[in-house]
Design a binder for this molecule. Sequence first.
Ligand SMILES: Nc1ncnc2c1ncn2[C@@H]1O[C@H](COP(=O)(O)OP(=O)(O)OP(=O)(O)O)[C@@H](O)[C@H]1O
Length: 433
Amino acid sequence: MLRAERITGGYGGRAVVQDVSFRIGEGEMLGIIGPNGSGKSTLLQLCIGALPLMDGEVWLSGHRLHTYKDKERARLLAVVTQQASVYFSYTVREFVALGRYPHRRRWLSVFNEADEEAIAQAMAEMDVDRYRDQSLQTLSGGERQRVYLARALAQRPAVILLDEPTNHLDIAYQMNFLDALKQWNDAKGRAVGIIFHDLNLASLYCDRVLLLGEGERKAYGESEQVLTEEQIQTHYGARVSAVQHPVMPKQQLLHSPGIQTEKQSGGNPQVRVEEQAAVIELPVPFNVFSGQTFTHTWKKQINVCLPGKVFDTKVSGPLIIDRHFDWHPGAGIRLKCIEDVNGEKIIMGAALHANQKADIIVLLLSKVRDDALMALLMELTKQLAVFLHPDLELGTITIGSNPQGERGKTQGARQTVSAELQKLLQQIRTVSP
Ligand SMILES: Nc1ncnc2c1ncn2[C@@H]1O[C@H](COP(=O)(O)OP(=O)(O)OP(=O)(O)O)[C@@H](O)[C@H]1O
């Protein structure tokens, strides 16, 4: 529906946006992200024809943008930006009705039935009908934002572009606004492009994300490919940790402050040897896999069965051995957890045979494809096993993989070794038994 093809443009002959391409198809939501001054708003201005292109082409519904007359273009393309206060004297209904002007033959002609219906529907969709006779000035920022979107919806465009629509909105208003927009888009099959500063909202709501840096396209694709720790570090200069959203199959980024107090960092791992099991309290949370189900729960505890003792997980109920786990009867130390690194799910196990010879088994449930990470995990598993049982003689190392896993599909892809995992390994090494 909207396609930018290698577009370049800016102000006074200075190209601020350079050679940027993307497309937003029917029913899609594209998130446009990038640090301050990276050219997001300029890109939007180029896409709506408010700034001239120096190079490249913008296509709207199959035609070059500049071939449309203004009114024609306004029927197809709506823009939601922070509105000027000049509009504040309008009532809500009057303001939403402005969305119908591109459809009217003459400026002062009365609204026909189709106009009335579009206005009423847009106000209902954005739930702003209750303010219909209030002036915009009397609304809160969040309420006003919904009215701006209602005006765009009343326009019944094919494409809506929004410039930071959730700025200044509290968390409820943000969710409310984006839920309503997504519902509308799912139902109507339009194309939506949104500039976001909140990367987690972009990840949650958008099908794809475009990352700008210094006016150039730095990354473009599904959110998990774009919103990685590495990209955010490189282009925003910010340290974040990527984690899986607990409910949605989406990645989220947690802020990792540069300065950490001991309290914040959690200190060293602590080991408590209890009657039945050893409990390792970790400084960083792990996601724990219990039986066949990935619990999605943040855990900071790993429970390890001591030789000859009955296993008791303390945290996540009885440990059930995964069906792909070639478990050895009589094993003494059992360790099993999943670390979710950039959405990677990894299962580790350490099995100690009755003869004190241990097999370290690392099972790959899905997507583990980084040799360095693999080596690290195996090393970590070994360290834990040795730490818990100093006399342990380590036997063969076996690597298995989930037969249904996606290892082959993703092999060779780039992946970052979790800094936290490295740190953890280091800390485990330095803990005296
Ligand atoms: N009207 C203008 N005239 C000249 N330069 C401009 C104009 N508007 C923006 N710029 C410059 O273009 C560059 C990109 O600005 P733009 O507003 O597109 O970035 P942005 O990514 O939207 O930033 P932010 O996240 O801070 O809103 C900046 O260097 C800015 O100073």
